[in-house]
Design a protein around this ligand. Structure first.
Ligand code: ZN
Ligand code: ZN
Length: 363
């Protein structure tokens, strides 16, 4: 698409998602959300293997692959459900729902998920740079008398900083510029906020944080699948949703408190659709937030590599471009060289890997 008009390295994060997912559109649309996320897991675990073996060039290659598959999942999650087959996949169309506390507006996208969680500041302390680590003694001991007031003060400061940061998005020009900035600038934002932390922890620990986030996105996918099954069962009359929600209420909400859905009496009166939408929205928002955290730690791995190798201007966009450009300079599949990858390419890949594995002594 835009590569003829715009230098690939200048593409925004959303343009990259659109560009890469365009290459794999035909094949990815036949994959389930679960399968796509398992590809992220596969590439991220290979990234961890290269970190363990201290093979930096492989680590950078794996970072790009993790991002590519993450983009595929996001593209599928944003795609409008069209066929009957889509209905069984809880991911298709799930990310299109408007976000809770949407101070940005406009359509949903990975760039937006990132800004909703990281509006140019840390989402916890509101700092730029983040000062969570410096104040850890206070936050960890917030329930003790000694730190109680100090914690309240800290909270006030972070709320004020976050409100100010989110307020800047009231300007449509500011929002547009934020969403359209090149992907390297998104990575710079993260290293500006969290770079201090990256200096102090080892590369494998940063990679481990990324793995945690990848697991958390996976859990949201599982949870959205459960909500989907609840919907199907309720529709058939095989599941009493109100009964389930009230049982959970009694198990978890203290006596004098009310659930976010209201009191037991109110829940009794609600339709199952309304109840299930609450859980669906909650976990969809959770997934968006976890996706933003995944990109945050991915940029952490990237920044740490830059620190270790002293390559201050290590460009993620440049590496992405190298990975997805064919000999004609077009964005294409690395394996088949086509601008639109197809089933044949994936089948050849599967068969080749099988032969290779078999020849080298199996899995
Ligand atoms: Zn912070
Ligand atoms: Zn291909």
């Amino acid at each position: 698409m835009s590569d003829s008009e715009k230098d690939l390295e200048e593409l925004s994060i959303d343009e990259w998602v659109a560009t890469v997912s365009d290459v794999y559109k035909d094949v990815d649309s036949r994959r389930t959300g679960n399968e796509l996320w398992l590809q992220v897991l596969d590439e991220a675990s290979k990234m961890m293997e290269s970190i363990r073996k201290e093979e930096i060039p492989d680590t950078t290659k794996q970072c790009v692959k993790v991002f590519g598959w993450l983009g595929s999942l996001v593209a599928e999650g944003l795609r409008e459900p069209k066929t009957v087959a889509d209905f069984d996949d809880p991911i298709i169309g799930s990310l299109r729902a408007t976000s809770v506390n949407d101070f940005i507006g406009g359509p949903e996208s990975l760039g937006k998920f990132i800004l909703l969680k990281y509006p140019e500041v840390c989402h916890t302390c509101g700092g730029d740079p983040c000062d969570c680590t410096a104040n850890r003694m206070i936050t960890e001991n917030r329930r003790s008398q000694r730190y109680e007031n100090k914690f309240k003060e800290l909270q006030k400061i972070s709320i004020a900083r976050l409100t100010a940061a989110e307020g800047r998005f009231k300007s449509p020009e500011f929002t547009k510029a934020e969403l359209e900035r090149p992907i390297d600038e998104v990575f710079h934002m993260y290293s500006r906020i969290y770079g201090g932390i990256h200096y102090d922890i080892d590369l494998w620990k940063i990679g481990d944080h990324l793995m945690e986030e990848i697991g958390e996105v996976g859990k949201r996918i599982v949870d959205l699948g459960q909500v989907r099954r609840m919907e199907v069962q309720a529709k058939k009359g095989a599941l009493d949703v109100n009964k389930v929600v009230i049982a959970a209420y009694k198990k978890t909400i203290p006596r004098n408190k009310v659930s976010p859905l209201g009191s037991v009496e109110e829940i009794k009166e609600m339709g199952h659709k309304q109840l299930l939408n609450f859980f669906k929205d909650y976990h969809t928002y959770g997934m968006k937030s976890e996706l933003a955290d995944s990109v945050s730690w991915l940029s952490g791995v990237w920044n740490k590599i830059a620190i270790i190798t002293k390559a201050r201007d290590l460009s993620f966009a440049e590496r992405l471009t190298q990975n997805f450009k064919n000999y004609q300079g077009l964005v294409a599949c690395r394996a088949c060289g086509n601008t639109r990858c197809n089933e044949e390419c994936l089948s050849i890949d599967l068969c080749s890997r099988t032969f290779m594995e078999q020849a080298t002594g199996g899995a």
